[in-house]
Write a protein that binds this ligand. Structure first.
Ligand code: F0G
Length: 427
């Protein structure tokens, strides 16, 4: 496979290992894949499946198992845990009134979010290019993932996080894995601006989703899900949208799978934003004629982003898949999260935007009863213990909520016995 960096705005090309994050014209870059004569995809699905029986990390990883569409590294060049061995769960139709609904749980990755799929290629690339230090801006998950992979690779990591508004699980990870953590006086969008300026001045590798290399790893969320469905392509793939890296990666994955004859049908992408962090939704509503950043606020701190860097490429994904963009309130997000949590699956708030949005699209009749729907869960429940406990303590002022607060009980056998009998009777 031939790979080249290509500007999505003016088409200018650069070597894939330039390293570069934008074109000279300011446009975003893609890793363009050009098939060579030696690339034969006629039995690729079998090759991918058989690798699951191998004990090599490169085959165990749910990213590198699909390496033909990710990157050509030698096994010893890859920094992996290995990641990407995540489950796809069928969920009851009581949650979403369609014939067939699934959640793909990317919170089951080594650091608890989908970011690991991009970080394994990003950190491997940083190492190959001889970088000693990596950097990112983050609402929390990218920083946790970057910190872990940098530690594994022996690279220095610096992460910029917003002042406050970062979920505790994520902050604790960045600190524990040893990243230098800089809490900037500002929000994610300010942090994103700062790291781009730093990376332009110093020899430090930037690993936000602005980096097109990282997104090549995230494409495997889509590829892996389709494989788990036996290549029966669903009608809808619903995901939360923040910086719009996944939206970009999924559209690109689908374009390539179609071009290389691996799939015939393409699912519609449905990107869900929080109501007060909704610049992509607003742009979609005006037919993508205008894009205006917003000042973002939401309980789903992972997607508290007002100026997504991948806008230009994400728009292409919606157009290619004839997709939609929807918005949901914080209350809708937390109620949907509670439903996912009560299945024993669980997720962090931003992830639940997928179910909340799918419900809304179903109510509007955009998703139909006979459709098959996959919803992406992006992060683990334990990432944001604060939001989960506040909800279950009834602190969020959501009238429809059914909290599950801990009860205080005396330490006498009689009292305990009495309460247990009551609970038995409740069933
Ligand atoms: N869900 C979770 C749990 C996330 O952490 C993020 C992004 C998203 C959804 C949105 O994904 O950016 O591809 O649209 N988190 C980034 C971070 C911004 O810094 O951890 P996107």
């Amino acid at each position: 496979m031939k790979r080249i960096l290509k500007c999505v705005r003016c088409g200018r090309e650069y070597p894939v290992d330039a390293p570069r994050y934008r074109c000279n014209c300011g446009g975003l870059l893609d890793v363009a894949l050009k098939k060579e004569n030696s690339d034969d995809f006629s039995s690729i699905k079998d090759v991918w499946r058989k690798r699951r029986c191998s004990n090599k990390a490169i085959d165990q990883s749910g990213v590198w198992r699909f390496r033909e569409l990710v990157y050509d590294f030698n096994e010893d060049e890859i920094v992996t845990f290995p990641e990407g061995k995540t489950n796809l769960y069928k969920i009851p139709s009581a949650l979403l009134d369609v014939d067939s609904a699934f959640v793909k749980h990317e919170g089951e990755n080594p650091t608890g979010s989908f970011k690991d799929r991009g970080m394994t290629i990003g950190i491997s690339f940083a190492k190959k290019l001889g970088y000693k230090m990596v950097i990112c801006a983050s609402t929390g998950n990218t920083s946790a993932s970057l910190a872990a992979y940098a530690a594994r690779a022996g690279l220095k990591a610096v992460v910029f996080i917003p002042d406050g508004k970062i979920a505790f699980g994520k902050l604790s990870q960045a600190l524990a894995y040893g990243a230098k953590t800089l809490q900037i006086q500002g929000d994610f969008d300010d942090a994103m601006k700062a790291v781009q300026e730093i990376a332009a001045k110093h020899r430090i590798y930037l690993l936000n989703s602005l980096n097109p290399i990282r997104l090549e790893g995230q494409k495997t969320i889509m590829i892996h899900t389709l494989e788990q469905l036996g290549w029966n392509v669903p009608d809808w793939f619903v995901l939360p949208g923040g910086n719009l890296g996944n939206t970009t990666a999924f559209g690109k994955a689908l374009m390539e799978l179609k071009e290389f004859g691996i799939i015939e049908k393409v699912p519609h992408l449905a990107v869900i934003q929080a109501e007060n962090a909704n610049p992509f939704y607003r742009a979609y509503k005006n037919g993508f004629k205008e894009f205006e950043p917003v000042k973002a606020e939401t309980i789903a701190t992972a997607i508290r982003i007002g100026n997504p860097v991948n806008y230009e490429k994400a728009k292409r994904s919606i157009e290619f898949t004839k997709g939609v963009v929807e918005q949901v309130s914080d209350a809708e997000i937390m109620l949907a999260k509670s439903e996912i949590d009560k299945l024993g699956i669980g997720c962090e708030p931003a992830s639940a935007a997928s179910l909340a949005g799918a419900k809304k699209l179903r109510e509007k009749g955009i998703i139909k009863k006979g459709d098959s729907v996959v919803m992406l869960l992006t992060g683990n429940l334990l990432k944001d213990p604060g939001a989960t406990t506040d909800f279950n303590l009834g602190k969020l002022n959501i009238p429809e909520a059914m909290p599950n607060a801990p009860e205080k009980i005396g330490n006498s056998p009689e009292e305990i016995e009495k309460r247990i009998k009551e609970i038995l009777g409740e069933r």
